[in-house]
Design a protein around this ligand. Structure first.
Ligand SMILES: O=P(O)(O)OC[C@H]1O[C@H](O)[C@H](O)[C@@H](O)[C@@H]1O
Length: 427
């Protein structure tokens, strides 16, 4: 994987970071690296996630899901870090038979359940805490749909959860295949564990190759000039400090659209603390080139655009035509056109002096997605060290989670403050 930070330099863009500032920042990166390595060595909470390519056992996952590996479809029931990694991997591998329920929208849940052939569907129900209301509510609905369809749900469900909690009790009571969420790994950093890999394993994908991709990125040296993950984390941090409060993640591949969603959780839950942190936004090239690019290039100077693409992709030729006006398209490929769009967007931003970073992976395949996920996680951990915040907690999200539980349950302090909210209603 290559990361090009040239268009984020102060000589090219505003906000931008000067070479001298980068050299100074590199000294802080070296100290942060030491801290990260210590955390990895001691398997400290959060830092342990960066060991997953080594510590995750792909055979254990494959063996545990074996009772359901005849499934034509997999339905992932989870939310946040318990869903986005699996969805990102499924999309990158081009597997549209892995579907995700990560919202409690009744119309959507009903539609998904009515479309799936349940007797040929495996369900992975995933919750680190085992208590998340959306996941457990969806699971109860899914379970009932199986029963109504005359399918024994206990034969179709795999659980992925912690050592205790309601989901673990359920797995024990019904003797369900159960995978453990590894200790010390927050949900948004768990893509390279059973959490992200179990659905792909059920569908017969080579999850070992995904982990091998992670290993390729895991050997970090203490300099941003040598480690792509650190280059990205350090530059994003430095640009934020200079006013780029928004980080627009813009992959040029449909197979990476969910990756941008996964990145948004990683970046915002990890770094949005103490009044700090970039707001990650999601875009897709070339589609959003025809909408959001206007704002990136001509709006406030507060946005870093992160452009991501594979260096190789299968192409699809554009047929020849006898229309003179379209002749320039003849004998090109859609992939070639997409690459030209990527280059044009990058140049357009540079021409207006707006910062961008280019991330290129070899291919969107098992190793490619493993490497990309790991690189962004390491970038995020590095950025957290530079900000000096607690990267691995999410107290603001937990508040909302408790309030929602209080509102539909017996009430609590958080749900009371919902009722006390000031209203100024216009009807
Ligand atoms: O895996 P669970 O315990 O069900 O949690 C699912 C999600 O819940 C919350 O929203 C957390 O802030 C997320 O980080 C987490 O990924």
């Amino acid at each position: 994987m290559k990361i090009d930070i040239g268009n984020a330099l102060a000589s090219e863009a505003s906000p931008g970071v000067s070479r001298e500032a980068l050299d100074r920042l590199d000294e802080r990166v070296a100290r942060a690296h030491e801290r990260i390595e210590r955390g990895r060595r001691d398997d400290e909470f959060g830092y342990a996630a960066l060991n997953l390519p080594e510590t995750t056992d792909p055979d254990e996952i494959t063996e545990t899901v074996a009772p359901v590996n005849d499934a034509a479809y997999v339905l992932v029931v989870g939310i946040g870090g318990s869903a986005l990694g699996a969805a990102t991997i499924a999309e990158a591998l081009g597997d549209s038979r892995i579907l995700t329920l990560d919202n409690v929208d009744p119309d959507h849940v009903s539609e998904v359940l009515s479309l799936l052939p349940l007797s040929e569907t495996a369900v992975t129900v995933v919750s680190r805490s085992g208590t998340t209301a959306e996941t457990l509510a969806n699971f109860l609905v899914v379970r009932e749909a199986f029963t109504e369809a005359g399918v024994d749900w206990t034969e179709r469900v795999v659980t992925v959860t912690g050592d205790s909690g309601p989901l673990r009790e359920l797995a024990d009571r019904h003797d369900l295949p159960a995978l453990a969420v590894p200790d010390g790994v927050p949900g948004r950093f768990s893509a390279l564990s059973s959490v992200g890999l179990a659905p792909a394993a059920i569908r017969g994908h080579d999850i070992g190759a995904i982990l091998d991709g992670g290993k390729r990125a895991a050997d970090c040296s203490p300099s941003l000039f040598e480690t792509p993950a650190y280059a990205y984390g350090a530059v994003a941090y430095a640009l934020d400090m200079r006013g780029a409060a928004i980080n627009a993640m813009m992959p040029y591949a449909e197979s990476l659209e969910s990756f941008a969603e996964w990145f948004a959780q990683l970046w915002s839950e990890s770094l949005g603390k103490d009044g700090l942190g970039q707001l990650p936004t999601r875009a897709l090239g070339a589609t959003d080139q025809h909408s959001q690019l206007q704002r990136y290039r001509a709006g406030p100077r507060n946005t870093l655009v992160t452009l991501v693409r594979p260096r190789e992709r299968p192409d699809l030729r554009v047929p020849e035509t006898d229309h003179d006006d379209l002749a320039y398209l003849s004998d090109t490929g859609l992939g070639e056109l997409l690459d030209a769009e990527f280059d044009a967007t990058e140049a357009s931003l540079a021409e207006a002096g707006r910062p961008s970073v280019r991330i290129e992976l070899d291919r969107v395949d098992e190793a490619g997605i493993g490497e990309l996920l790991y690189t962004m996680e390491a970038a995020c951990v590095l950025a957290g060290e530079l900000y000096g915040i607690e990267t691995f907690t999410q107290p603001a999200v937990e508040w909302g989670k408790r309030a929602a539980r209080g509102l539909i349950g017996e009430g609590n302090d958080e749900s009371e403050s919902v009722a006390e909210k000031t209203r100024l209603v216009v009807d």
